[in-house]
Design a protein around this ligand. Sequence first.
Ligand code: P6P
Length: 343
Amino acid sequence: MQQKLITIERHIAEQQQQFPQATGEFSRILRDLTLALRIIARDVRRAGLTDLLGSTRVVNVHGEEVRKLDELAHDVIFRAMDHGGHLCVMASEEAEGLIHIPSNYRRGKYVMVFDPLDGSSNIDANITIGTIFSIYRRLDESLDTPGTLEDILQPGYKQVCAGYAVYGSSTQLVYTTGMGVDVFTFDPTIGEFLLSHPQVRIPPHGSIYSVNEGSFSLWEERLQQYVEYLKTPSTDGRRPYSLRYVGTAVADVHRTLFYGGIFMYPGNRKNPEGKLRLIYEVNPLAKIVTEAGGRASNGCCDVLRIEPTDIHQRTPVFMGSSEDVTELEQFLRGEHPTQRAHE
Ligand code: P6P
């Protein structure tokens, strides 16, 4: 049967009808955000032609060189979102502290955190990159004062919306408001995101693992045992798994969402907390994976329950098919049957 032609605006409006008390403010946030994503997608696709590649020679708060597209994406999102009257504060990978709404604009009751361009190191090689975002309600909705750090430092389970855009062979927008995960594919001939994969569900287990195995020697022994287990042929044919690693979290998680398996960015002896940022990378991706029936763990518990203490704090993360993440946690506890045989 032919899929109904539904734009993301129509989809948001239909979802909103299920919340009688909804004011339409939330729909307008997503409308403004999708405008920013369309602009970023356009510039990403032309980057090679309009000298947007390369670096600004500026170093961000993390000591990483800011790529021109990083800076552009950050500015586009800020300019699309700052005047809508829906947000009281924002935070971004590209900004050290809180991003306040200019005093000449009305503030709203929502908070938005985002990674404007995830995968920056891949830009010059034309490898898939993405934009990640989360939306929360402010802690005290009776206020119309500027949002605070506490409004930003909310645990991931409080997200009212989470999603990402992935600039790959096509541009797709994946988002959830807690009623499942829907995927929209951008049609540049009409400038619309059209619903292409409604209510995506992640397979309960997969046959792909995704990790930078170059750090193997720095991992704790039980994680080494888990990855060796994945690579060891099994009599039921479920193993060995295949290794797929793009090096852009959005791309690796997007593949995991559709094909199943497990994506990992673990801590190691040099970086015990790993590399990925909890608030604007891990939590939105974890919300998507969890809403699609998967799991997202820091190795021992659900990342969405972590109480953040810093805007840019990092966390180890293991996310994907529920059975794969559960088996990983079993290994890290030293309780997998194959480990008892060794120990
Ligand atoms: P590594 C991209 O720079 C990023 O922040 C994530 O998108 C990605 O998963 C990770 O870094 C890749 O890091 O150390 O494997 O190159």
